[in-house]
Design a protein around this ligand. Sequence first.
Ligand code: NAD
Ligand code: IPM
Ligand code: MN
Length: 367
Amino acid sequence: MANYNVCTLPGDGIGPEIIAEGIKVLDAVGAKYGATFSYDERLIGGAAIDATGNPLPEETLEAARTADAVLLAAVGGPKWDTTDSSKPRPEQGLLAIRKGLGLYTNLRPVRTFAALSDASSLKPEVIDGVDLMIVRELTGGLYFGKRERFFDEDGAGADGAKGQRAYDTLEYREYEIERIARQAFEMAKVRNGRVHSIDKANVLDTSRLWREVVHRVAAEYPEVELIDMLVDNTAMQLIAYPRQFDVVVTENMFGDILSDEASMLTGSLGMLASASLGDGTALYEPSHGSAPDIAGRGIANPLAQILSVEMMLRYSFDMADAADDIARAVAEVLDEGWRTGDIKQADTDPNQVVGTERMGDLVVAHL
Ligand code: NAD
Ligand code: IPM
Ligand code: MN
């Protein structure tokens, strides 16, 4: 029987609450499909700063490197929020593990579950049947560029007043664009054959390079249709005509923003899973954050975490049947009317509004 070693990173806020449900589902699906999982829990984010001063301790990165897959929940919270750029931040741990594992591809599938079509703030007729995949570049761009914050001795204001100054730089190398573009076209080939490449080529040099390289890669995929779209227009098109999209490929920060926006097509950010893939161990995490506003209350939606486990089975363990089974179980639980607070609808039976743990149990019961 196959045994896989999964490095688990609960992190902060709702992280420990939702990861417990992900693990529960992984164990249940393993029992059904003949695989066992052993877990190696490590520190990351604010929890790691509190314990070690470092948001990504070396032992955590090492454990992730040697694991078969990494399951992460979320990091961050008000306790570590500061505008002092010299202080460690939980989010740096997340960026460091993505970079450390070479995870340049972030897949964020946006699928509307039929049962949730009126949990969204958008009209059912707009979102029914939405099925798109955001392919976000994850280890380049503004997040990893040269940056600095300093006191400007030369003076800043028109009156010569001195002040602070800061910059972050947006930089891409050709090979970084080429490899993410290739991921997007490969994905489109097994999906619906269409790629929207999102950029700001009317303004940014990085985007002009992006467009050139994406078109060059596209020539290798004549069966895939390529459409360039400017990012501001995309923000509008996503909520106006979301069914036009199949695969959406974009740079790091555009992808961050557009994916939170796209999550509302599914009804809630609490539904949006993700897989981060690259050269080494892959990492699976919900697209949402640590939700400090609801942490510790047992009410967070664990489905994004559970659907991230689905992606882990699919992409790391070649267990597509088990992955499909999780997707089916989740759909059934929703069809039966069970909801966490974030996805409840006007007609939801109050007795069917459940907490994090119960939602996890329901998914397991349907496996
Ligand atoms: P957030 O995603 O944590 O929360 C945004 C809103 O969505 C909140 O109202 C929250 O309650 C709700 N929400 C998110 N996930 C939910 C779930 N599973 N169930 C029900 N409701 C859910 O974003 P934020 O509030 O802007 O950020 C909070 C912290 O999380 C920050 O420190 C941020 O840096 C961090 N963050 C971490 C990650 C990550 O670890 N991958 C991602 C995004 C934000
Ligand atoms: C995400 C998060 C992270 C990002 C933050 C917490 C660094 O928002 O995974 O979407 O911006 O990538
Ligand atoms: Mn984000």
